[in-house]
Design a protein around this ligand. Structure first.
Ligand code: AMP
Length: 427
């Protein structure tokens, strides 16, 4: 369920792992239409979705985005006796309320930035006055990755808190704010599959949230991602995030009577001393992380199906990516603030082998013309033996795909490519 690049990648992975499966997507997009049937029911229409799952006798439902999970879509499907991959609304609060997530982490002893939550302006301003710059001000609710403001000064932090709490920027999502210390370091996305008690760590991914090259400009929903990430390749860091973050968080949720099943995504900052601190939790696969990760993990959807059915047999060995992947997002001009829609898209038929094109904000006219219909238009995943080769394949394909206003970063994976170059130079 969903209609973005992540959902196209999930549908693609289901077909790869189970070629004779019948795949439905809802609402889907022109990419999922190539793999199966688009039901076109929006993710907000939960009654209609439950009815469609019954009508088509669908064995496994995967809910892609966070909003329907937070609204209880997985609960409704489970109540109707259907196998569904994704947490309950109560457990999805881990993403839908940053204040809730902070409370869970505090109780579970999980390292995270020092913070406080506020619903009134005066105590928020008093907190800001007492704390060192820079400060990070976050809308507590769901804001599509855009409700986080890094504030260089207390004055900016105060203005931001006022905009959220008093002026209604971010609407209901900003009625509660979390104010926290700024953490320095390198970010990693660490995803674990879980049935609530047992876990399977997936290879770490690195996302690029800023619009501009070299990680500059405004935050977006994500401009690209790559995997594997060398600083997490040895397994030591993953093991540590598992032990210090994933396992205690799941235990605390279970203790509260809201056991979590699905994929738990921890956005972590790795400090200069190598220790992880949690920036946020997500209750679903990342977009575009999924478009980098899923192509590297043949067979992974078996785990999703078994977790959904309540009969998971987790493997003993760690999951190791078979190759490297770099996923580059092609966005519309004006993204993220005012994406220009309607441009015709040309995707050449003869793109190089080792390139996957996942649809997101695209639509098809009756005559077959593909058009820009959303801010993030396509994700172009290059596969290769290493990140540099995968990046080159992705970049070449991104250059060949044409539409007016095409906006993208040519440096996805730059940290690891620079590390590999420095390593080679050292000999
Ligand atoms: P979030 O949605 O909470 O992950 O925040 C979005 C982005 O803002 C993160 O991916 C980070 O790049 C940045 N960010 C959030 N919290 C902090 C923090 N405490 N220190 C530094 N950067 C942060």
């Amino acid at each position: 369920m969903g209609g973005g690049g992540r959902e196209h990648a999930l549908a693609w992975a289901l077909k790869r792992d189970t070629p004779d499966a019948t795949v439905f997507a809802s609402p889907g997009n022109p990419g999922t239409a190539q793999l199966g049937t688009n039901l076109k029911i929006p993710v907000t229409a939960s009654e209609d979705l439950v009815a469609a799952v019954r009508e088509h006798d669908i064995d496994l439902t995967i809910v892609g985005p966070e909003a329907p999970l937070a609204a209880g879509l997985a609960d409704r499907l489970r109540a109707a006796g259907r196998a569904v991959f994704g947490p309950s609304a109560a457990a999805a609060q881990l993403e839908a309320s940053k204040a809730f997530a902070k409370d869970v982490m505090r109780r579970a002893g999980v390292a995270t930035a020092a913070s406080a939550s506020f619903t009134a302006l005066d105590p928020a301003l008093a907190y800001i006055a007492r704390h060192a710059e820079p400060l990070v001000v976050k809308a507590s609710g769901l804001a599509a990755g855009k409700g986080v403001v890094i504030c260089a000064t207390r004055a900016v932090a105060s203005r931001t808190a006022r905009a959220m709490l008093v002026d209604g920027a971010f609407g209901a999502a900003g009625r509660e704010v979390v104010i926290e210390e700024w953490l320095d370091g390198e970010e990693l996305s660490v995803l674990a599959l879980t049935d609530g008690t047992r876990t399977l760590m997936l290879p770490a991914v690195q996302d690029h949230k800023r619009l501009g090259e070299g990680d500059s400009g405004p935050n977006t929903g994500g401009m690209g991602a790559y995997c594997p990430v060398s600083i997490a390749a040895e397994g030591v860091l993953l093991e540590r995030v598992s032990r210090e973050v994933i396992v205690p968080t799941l235990a605390e949720l279970a203790r509260r009577g809201t056991a979590y099943s699905g994929v738990l995504y921890a956005g972590v900052m790795i400090g200069a001393d190598g220790s992880p601190a949690v920036l946020e939790f997500n209750c679903r696969f990342g977009d575009p992380e999924a478009q980098a990760l899923l192509p590297l993990l043949p067979g992974v959807t078996r785990h999703l199906a078994e977790i959904a059915a309540g009969e998971w047999r987790p493997p003993d060995d760690a999951v190791v990516p078979v190759r490297a992947a770099v996923a580059t997002v092609l966005a519309a001009s004006g993204y993220p603030d005012q994406p220009q829609l309607g441009a015709a898209i040309d995707v050449p038929r003869d793109l190089e082998a080792g390139v996957l094109v996942f649809h997101a904000g695209t639509g098809r006219d009756a005559d077959g013309t593909l058009r820009v219909q959303g801010g993030r238009v396509l994700t172009v995943t290059g596969l290769g033996d290493d990140v540099a080769e995968a990046a080159r394949r992705s970049a070449d394909a991104c250059q060949q795909i044409a539409f007016p206003g095409k906006t993208y970063r040519r440096d996805i994976g730059w940290r690891d490519i620079a590390r590999a170059r420095a390593g080679a130079a050292r000999g």
